[in-house]
Design a binder for this molecule. Structure first.
Ligand SMILES: C[S@@+](CC[C@H](N)C(=O)[O-])C[C@H]1O[C@@H](n2cnc3c(N)ncnc32)[C@H](O)[C@@H]1O
Length: 328
C-alpha cells in the first residue's frame, strides 16, 4: 500500500499506519506517475504545484482518497471545479470537530487550507482510513479509467453473455442481481428472463462503471447500485438468482463473497459464474500459467461453494468460456 505525497508533508503518522510513502517533489523535477495503479491515496502538500493537477482529477473520479494541505487545498478545489462541503459530525475524517477548518470534496477528498499542528492527529486518521479502504481503492483505481470504453471495447462478446444468461433458470417475476455488472452488458438478457414483473439490479463498486451502464441505457430508478458485493444491502433470501461475470477471481476474499451471495439468495436459487474465455486462454493472454491456487479451479471452487451454502451443478472450463452454475 503506498501513499503518493506530492511536495513535502510530515509522513511519520502515515508510515506508522503501515503505509509506504512515495515522494514526488515538484521542485526536484520528480515526474508524476502516469496512472494511479498501486497508489492508495494522494497527499497534496502545501508545496504541491499545478503540475499535480493531471493526477488529481483522475483521483477524484476514482475516489482514491486525497488529503490536501495549505496551498494543496486550493489545487484540490481547482481540480474539483466546485466548492467543498463542510465535514459535518459524521465525516469519517473531519467528524467530531477534528478539523473544523477543513472541507470535503466528493466522497474521498479533503482539504485543509490552514494546516495546524493538531492536524498530525488528522494525518493519523487519514492513514487509518486509507488502510481500511485499500482494496476498494485498488479496484476503483483500476476500473475507473477503463469504464468509458468498456461497453464498446467488448461489444463483440455480448452474444456470449446472452448465451450464458440463458443457462439460468430464472422465471418471470423473479429478482436477480448482476454483481460486478461493469457497464451492464448482461443486464438486458437478465431482464428479459424475469420480464417486466421481475427485478434485476446491477451492482458495482466502481462509480464510473455504473455511469457507463446508465449511459448505455441499462439504468433507471433502482436498477443500478453502488455497493461492495461482499456486503450487500439486501435481506436474507431476497433474490432468486445471481449472475457474476469476471468477478470472483478479482476479489480478495472469494469465500466470504460466496457466503454473502448465499445469504441473499432464497433456497433453490442459483448462482452463475461466467467469463467469456476459459481459464487457460485467459492465463496465456496475460502471459502466465494457470495457477493451482486459482479460486475458479474446480478443486478450489467446489469446496468453497459447498462451504458457503451452494451446490455445484455445472462446471465448464472450455477454450471459449468459463461457466459455473451452482444452486442454493
Ligand atoms: C472484469 S470487470 C467485469 C464487468 C462485467 N461483469 C463484464 O463482464 O463486463 C469486474 C467488475 O467488478 C467490479 N468489482 C470489483 N470488485 C467489486 C466488489 N467488491 N463489489 C462490486 N463490484 C466489484 C469492478 O468495478 C468491475 O466493474
Amino acid at each position: 500500500m503506498a501513499v503518493l505525497v506530492i511536495g513535502e508533508a510530515p509522513t511519520d503518522a502515515i508510515e506508522a499506519a503501515g503505509l509506504l510513502i512515495r515522494l514526488c517533489r515538484p521542485d526536484a523535477d520528480d515526474p508524476l506517475p502516469a496512472t494511479l495503479t498501486g497508489i492508495d491515496a494522494v497527499i497534496l502538500s502545501p508545496t504541491a504545484t499545478p503540475a499535480a493537477l493531471p493526477l488529481v482529477g483522475p483521483a477524484l473520479a476514482a475516489e482514491v482518497p486525497v488529503l490536501a494541505l495549505g496551498d494543496g487545498a486550493r489545487l484540490l478545489a481547482e481540480a474539483a471545479g466546485t466548492g467543498g462541503t463542510c465535514g459535518g459530525a459524521t465525516d469519517p475524517l473531519l467528524g467530531g470537530g477534528a478539523a473544523p477548518h477543513g472541507f470535503r470534496v466528493g466522497a474521498s477528498a479533503w482539504g485543509l487550507p490552514v494546516p495546524a499542528e493538531a492536524d498530525r492527529e488528522l494525518l493519523r486518521r487519514f492513514a487509518e482510513l486509507v488502510a481500511g479502504r485499500a482494496e476498494t481503492t485498488a479496484t476503483r483505481a483500476f476500473f475507473t479509467p477503463r469504464a468509458a470504453a468498456w461497453e464498446e471495447r467488448f461489444a463483440y462478446q455480448t452474444p456470449a453473455y446472452e448465451t450464458a444468461v440463458a443457462r439460468m433458470r430464472l422465471r418471470p417475476g423473479q429478482r436477480a442481481l448482476d454483481l460486478g455488472c461493469g457497464s451492464g452488458r448482461a443486464l438486458p438478457a437478465l431482464r428479459s428472463l424475469v420480464g417486466a414483473a421481475g427485478t434485476v439490479i446491477g451492482v458495482d463498486l466502481t462509480h464510473a462503471m455504473l455511469a457507463a451502464a446508465a449511459r448505455a441505457g441499462h439504468g433507471g430508478p433502482g436498477r443500478l447500485l453502488l455497493a461492495d458485493c461482499g456486503r450487500l444491502p439486501f435481506p436474507a433470501g431476497a433474490v432468486h438468482g445471481i449472475f457474476a461475470a469476471g468477478l470472483l477471481d478479482h476479489l480478495p476474499h472469494p469465500g466470504t463473497a460466496l457466503r454473502e451471495w448465499a445469504r441473499v439468495t432464497a433456497p433453490g436459487g442459483e448462482l452463475l459464474l461466467f467469463h467469456p474465455s476459459g481459464r487457460a486462454e485467459r492465463a496465456a493472454r496475460h502471459g502466465r500459467a494457470v495457477s493451482p491456487q486459482d479460486p475458479l479451479a474446480e478443486p478450489n471452487l467446489r469446496p468453497a461453494l459447498e462451504a458457503a451454502g451452494w451446490r455445484l451443478a455445472t462446471y465448464e472450463d472450455a477454450p471459449t468460456h468459463f461457466l459455473t452454475r451452482a444452486e442454493r
